[in-house]
Design a protein around this ligand. Structure first.
Ligand SMILES: Nc1ncnc2c1ncn2[C@@H]1O[C@H](COP(=O)(O)OP(=O)(O)O)[C@@H](O)[C@H]1O
Ligand SMILES: [Mg+2]
Length: 350
């Protein structure tokens, strides 16, 4: 089975790739910045370095918020042909805290009380009623940047004026008192494989490791683990980091990270997270490749190749999976012969 990791080339991705190489026949490490999607009419194609992307059984795609839309496009186009632990829609949801909180809310994932506003005026109305301190967040901030803490209406109000200049909606959020700590739960499939508590620097409230936070391994109770798994499912990710605040009202999810670093958590917890990811990708790819089902490609040994899939119709026309075009190498306007009978259709080049 062939796999690819799409990433920005971080050490975490390198670690994952080297673990995957122990299981998959081949693993290509692709740089997200070299991907393109070309669309025309009913066909769409992904290019890597200007050439058509090779075929893979598994693609694990990651990248910063800047690449969220591109990754959504890439995974939408190649998705039906291989296993991907992060669904196309997850890229745009996971990199936008506003959309992520909407998903948490719908999936009944506990989260701090959150308001979405887009003007200074509406923000100030809310800020007059909330208890302090209060948190304000830009939807696409990461590494603790973009998270602001205001201890009074006066300071909140001036922050809001600055935020409104960006002309984008932002979040106002209940401050959860945790003593400057947060929990990073690493979710793979339906379980938390590693969890750490991050403690902010004495003069900081943000516990991100990038903001100087320190990490310690923790054992997750079953209830909090289930919350983390539900949050991951809600956004459509089988592999992700879930940030949780444990405050007076219990565990609350504040973020899902689709491109979680594995160095810090592996060191703090002594769990080889890269190996766990690789094993999961391998097992899931094998499972999906062997199962007859919707849009799953089954490469049989030798020719001809058999594809097990569901019939897809556009009106009264039959739509074949994109992989059929690749296998047959049919080109636009080729002459073909179609032999059709009840329950059977064969298409040959004329
Ligand atoms: N509602 C909140 N109450 C208390 N602390 C918060 C809250 N939201 C965020 N923080 C602190 O700020 C850090 C960064 O917030 P987060 O939403 O995870 O954004 P980022 O994408 O920047 O990591 C958290 O790890 C936590 O320490
Ligand atoms: Mg975070």
């Amino acid at each position: 089975m062939k796999a690819a990791v799409i990433s920005m080339g971080s050490i975490s991705s390198e670690m994952t790739v080297s673990e995957m190489k122990k299981l998959f026949t081949s693993v290509d490490h692709l740089n997200v910045s070299e991907l393109e999607v070309s669309m025309l009419g009913t066909s769409a194609e992904v290019l890597y370095g200007g050439k058509p992307l090779k075929q893979y059984d598994c693609i694990y795609a990651k990248g910063s918020g800047r690449y969220a839309n591109l990754l959504r496009a890439v995974t939408t186009v190649v998705g039906p042909e291989c296993f991907m632990p992060v669904r196309p829609g997850a890229f745009t949801i996971g990199h936008n805290k506003l959309l992520a909180h909407l998903k948490f809310q719908v999936a009944n994932v506990p989260m701090p009380r959150t308001w979405v506003v887009s003007t200074a005026e509406s923000a100030k109305k809310i800020l007059k009623k909330v208890p302090y301190p209060v948190v304000m967040k830009m939807p696409s901030g990461t590494h603790g940047k973009g998270v602001m803490l205001a201890d009074s209406y006066e300071s909140a109000s001036s922050m809001v004026d600055a935020l409104a200049l960006l002309k984008q909606p932002f979040l106002i959020q209940e401050y959860v008192e945790t003593g400057g700590t947060d929990i990073r739960a690493f979710v793979i499939g339906d379980r938390v494989v590693a969890a750490m508590k991050r403690v902010a620097q004495p003069d900081e409230k943000r516990a991100n490791l990038h903001a100087g936070g320190e990490a310690k391994r923790i054992e997750m109770d079953e209830k909090t683990s289930q919350i983390a798994v539900r949050a991951a499912r809600a956004v459509g990710a089988e592999i992700c980091g879930v940030d949780i605040l444990r405050g007076p009202k219990g565990a609350m999810v504040i973020e899902v990270n689709l491109s979680p670093g594995i160095q810090g958590i592996s060191k703090a917890t002594k769990v080889n997270v890269g190996e766990k990811i690789a094993r999961y990708l391998y097992e899931r790819t094998k499972e999906l490749a062997g199962r007859a089902g919707d849009k799953v490609v089954q490469e049989l040994i030798g020719e001809p190749k058999e594809i097990v899939s569901k019939v897809e119709l556009r009106g009264d026309r039959i739509l074949l999976p994109g992989v059929v075009t690749k296998l047959t190498k049919f080109a636009e306007q080729d002459d073909i012969v179609i032999e059709a009978n009840k329950g059977d259709v064969r298409v040959k080049k004329y």
